[in-house]
Ligand binder design. Structure first.
Ligand code: SAH
Ligand code: SF4
Ligand code: F3S
Length: 475
């Protein structure tokens, strides 16, 4: 029993459960006063890591008694922000203006901001100066303290700011929600030590910390008991998993353990840095029945000179050799990637090297980004930033190449019989559902809503560029 008349416990997660209870009492009293439930809304900007963090926020809000709504006209609104590129950052400021309008009508409304953008001192200064209506600001390292910060915010009229520079703490066993009943992201590590010269993530997410394998396995076992059949293991560079554990272990060894979990059908992971992708990992993938035949292998650039300036620690030849080795061992694997165009100093020749790798590797799909200057990173002060029109032209040419190849690559599976995990009702076609193949390609086929969350055999009848139309085989 949690006794609110006693001081808050000093150990975690007990301390957070104490504050959840405190918020519960507030929510209960407020809803009785207003004669309606209190509502909460979360918006996630950014990557799957952030999406998983939002599920943790959501779990705590629900536990505290808030009802989640789609509308931002809610009693508690929180933005989980991203700052990897400038446009992610700008979107937040734009939308804060709208929130301010809602708050003027609902004086009890509380607005909170968290996530990667809040780890930048300039952002917090700007918010303090020009966005006084924000009630709570916290960062990526103390997200486990959300219940406590929420309790403080509800009791205070002042702007509460709590940003940590870094942490070595990993707090287990807090409540969390998940968006889909049948699949879930699972953090296996936090932070990044790679310091690619363009990237802000190591500055806002701190140093690399791996979770203990037993905690990861325990979490997945609980998820499976609760109906999950697919997990996505999350880390900025899963290939360096376990290096800093008391008893070091490799990512391949972790995968072998996860593979043993009964009832778990599919294992995915993200992201795999080419510089330390081991032969052992390739073997584990090739021999596994559960690990999906899909590898996201960010290239960033095909020019060895640019890769060096990016501090990626592989060159064009090494990357190509790795891709070849993977394709030889697993011919049906889908390879996807991330590419940046317009890194400082990138010449037309460098760009042609990137196109060359794209043509040689033939990606199933690729995310292409225009280089965005992030203050505080080494690349931001490099000479020879590329003019916008040059970058835009290269970006368009790259996108065209990537799309043409990915259409051709998708064709190679047409006619196959494959297993899909059905994810949702098709929003365009009545009576159809949408599922995902192990290789991450999308299939639409005739079927009812009851199929959601199930693994179903389908035939891939027709490839329409980025997706297939299929027929269900076992009815
Ligand atoms: N840890 C992952 C990447 C996380 S960020 C990895 O190393 O693969 C996701 C992608 O955003 C990166 O792969 C990169 O392509 C892109 N990105 C990161 N910083 C960027 C910047 N400053 N400008 C443009 N794209 C960037
Ligand atoms: Fe950024 Fe590089 Fe770390 Fe990925 S590996 S998060 S690109 S620094
Ligand atoms: Fe963005 Fe942070 Fe992810 S900066 S990409 S949300 S780690």
């Amino acid at each position: 029993m949690i006794d609110l008349n006693r001081p808050a416990p000093t150990t975690e997660p007990e301390r957070q459960y104490y504050f959840i209870k405190k918020v519960q009492e507030y929510v209960k009293a407020q809803s009785e006063k207003l004669g309606r439930p209190l509502t909460a809304n979360i918006t996630t900007f950014g990557c799957q890591m952030n999406a998983r963090d939002s599920e943790k926020l959501s779990g705590i809000l629900r536990e505290a008694g808030y009802v989640e709504t789609e509308s931002e006209d809610a009693d508690f609104v929180i933005y989980n922000t991203c700052t990897v590129r400038e446009n992610a950052n700008l979107r937040v400021y734009g939308r804060l203006g709208v929130l301010h309008g809602y708050k003027k009508k609902n004086p009890n409304m509380k607005i909170a901001l968290c996530g990667c953008m809040m780890q930048e001192a300039t952002v917090v200064e700007k918010l303090q100066k020009s966005y006084r209506f924000v009630d709570l600001i916290f960062g990526t390292h103390n997200i486990f303290k959300f219940a406590e910060l929420l309790a403080m915010t509800l009791e205070s009229d002042r702007m509460i700011i709590d940003i940590w520079k870094d942490t070595d703490q990993i707090v287990e066993d807090l409540p969390n929600e998940r968006k889909y009943a049948f699949k879930s992201g699972v953090n296996i590590m936090f932070g990044c030590n790679n310091f690619c010269s363009y990237c802000i993530v190591p500055y806002v997410r701190g140093r690399e910390r791996s979770r203990e394998a037993k905690d990861i396995v325990r979490e997945i076992e609980a998820l499976v008991k609760d109906g999950v059949v697919e997990v996505m293991l999350l880390g900025q560079n899963v290939n360096s998993y376990g290096k800093n554990l008391e008893q070091p272990m490799t990512f391949a060894e972790l995968l072998r353990e996860i593979e043993q979990i009964d009832g778990l059908e599919r294992i995915r992971f993200m992201t795999s840095h080419p510089k330390d992708l081991s032969d052992d990992l390739i073997e584990v993938m090739a021999n596994s029945k559960k690990i999906c035949p899909h590898l996201h292998l960010p290239l960033q650039s095909g020019s060895s000179r640019i890769l060096k300036a990016m501090n990626r620690r592989y060159d064009k030849e090494k990357y190509l050799a790795l891709a070849k080795k993977i394709r030889e061992r697993m011919p049906d694997i889908a390879l996807t990637t991330d590419i940046i165009v317009g890194f400082p100093g990138e010449t037309e020749e460098d760009f042609q090297e990137t196109l060359d790798v794209v043509r040689q590797v033939r990606y199933d799909s690729a995310f292409t980004f225009i280089y965005s200057k992030r203050t505080g990173t080494p690349a931001a002060v490099m000479e020879d930033q590329i003019p916008e029109d040059v970058v835009k032209d290269r970006f368009d040419r790259l996108l065209k190449e990537v799309q043409t190849i990915s259409k051709e690559m998708s064709e190679r599976f047409t006619g196959n019989e494959e297993t899909v995990l059905v994810e949702e009702k098709n929003s365009q076609m009545d009576g159809y559902v949408t599922g995902r193949l192990g290789n991450n390609h999308v299939v639409h086929f005739e079927g009812s809503e009851e199929l959601i969350g199930k693994l179903i055999r389908v035939r891939l009848d027709e490839c329409r560029g980025f997706y297939y139309m299929g027929t269900m085989l076992d009815k």
